[in-house]
Design a protein. Structure first.
Length: 166
C-alpha cells in the first residue's frame, strides 16, 4: 500500500493540535494515501467525473438525493467538551471498531484509518470540513461533513455492478 507519512501530510498540523492530542498508537493508524493511490480510490469509489465534493454531479452517488436521508449538526459537538461523534452518526454507522474507513477530502487526499481511531480523533479530522466523505470498506453507509457545521448520513445508491467499497 502506498501511504505518505502522517507528518508529511499537507495538513499534518491538524493531528498535532495540543488541544486535541492524539496518541502515538492512533497516529500510526492514520494513513494518508499517496496521491496516485488516492486518485485510484476516488475514481473507483467516489467519482470518476469530479475531483472535489463541491463539484459532484449527476452520475455520482454523493450527488444522488436518494443517497442522503437525514442530517444533523456536528459543529456544536465539535465546539463542546463532548468527545463522542454526534449521536446520529453513531446510530447510522454501527460498524465494528476494526472496520477500515476512508476520509475522502478530494481526488488526491484520502486518509485511511479504522472506525475506532476515527471515532477518537474525529475532531482533528474535521479541521478539514469542506465536504469530505467518510466511507467504510465493504460498507454502504456514508457521512458527508459540510463546512457550515452540518453533516448528512445516508446509504450509497450505487451502480448495481458496484455494490460497496472494497
Amino acid at each position: 500500500m502506498s501511504y505518505t507519512p502522517l507528518d508529511q501530510h499537507k495538513k499534518a498540523w491538524i493531528f498535532r493540535q495540543h488541544s486535541l492530542p492524539i496518541s502515538e498508537e492512533d497516529k500510526a493508524k492514520i494513513k494518508p494515501m499517496e496521491a496516485q493511490r488516492a486518485t485510484v480510490f476516488w475514481n473507483t469509489f467516489i467519482s470518476k467525473q469530479v475531483d472535489h465534493p463541491d463539484f459532484f454531479k449527476k452520475g455520482d452517488w454523493p450527488f444522488n438525493p436518494n443517497t442522503w436521508f437525514e442530517q444533523g449538526k456536528w459543529e456544536p459537538t465539535w465546539d463542546s467538551d463532548e468527545s463522542d461523534l454526534p449521536e446520529l452518526i453513531l446510530e447510522h454507522l454501527t460498524w465494528p471498531n476494526n472496520t477500515v474507513v476512508y476520509f475522502c477530502n478530494d481526488r488526491q487526499h484520502v486518509i485511511e484509518t479504522t472506525w475506532e481511531v476515527f471515532k477518537r480523533c474525529w475532531k482533528n479530522f474535521l479541521f478539514m470540513d469542506d465536504g469530505p466523505l467518510l466511507v467504510g470498506k465493504k460498507r454502504d453507509q456514508a457521512v458527508q461533513f459540510m463546512s457550515n457545521g452540518t453533516f448528512r448520513v445516508g446509504t450509497k445508491v450505487v451502480n448495481p455492478a458496484k455494490t460497496s467499497v472494497q
